[in-house]
Ligand binder design. Structure first.
Ligand code: SF4
Ligand code: SF4
Length: 97
């Protein structure tokens, strides 16, 4: 299922983000990191959004990027395995490895 975002759904930007270009939710760096240089969402790809069982990935119409929008990841990884450009990294918490 594809989900459209409004710009206030995700807190991101120079004031909230650490050095680099990580997406954030409420000021915290997300655990599902999309490399926007590799991501082809701009060409219509929505594979990760479609395979995520928790619907936490979405296309942000404000900036044209796919990103994590809810901190509810199950660390199940189909988003990583099915991404055609290997653009996604999931930071699995140490205690779950
Ligand atoms: S599957 Fe990969 S390339 Fe496609 S939208 Fe998701 S992160 Fe981008
Ligand atoms: S690891 Fe699973 S729950 Fe987390 S974003 Fe990927 S598909 Fe969704």
């Amino acid at each position: 299922m594809s989900t459209a975002l409004t710009s206030d759904t995700v807190v991101a930007g120079p004031a909230a983000a650490p050095a680099g270009s990580f997406d954030t939710i409420n000021g915290s760096v997300v655990s599902v990191i999309v490399n926007h240089d590799k991501c082809i969402a701009g060409k219509g790809c929505r594979v990760c959004i479609d395979v995520c069982p928790t619907d936490i990935l979405a296309f942000d119409i404000a900036d044209g990027k796919v990103k994590m929008v809810y901190d509810e990841c199950w660390y199940c990884l189909p988003c990583v395995h099915d991404c055609p450009t290997q653009a996604i990294t999931v930071e699995i918490p140490y205690l779950l490895r």
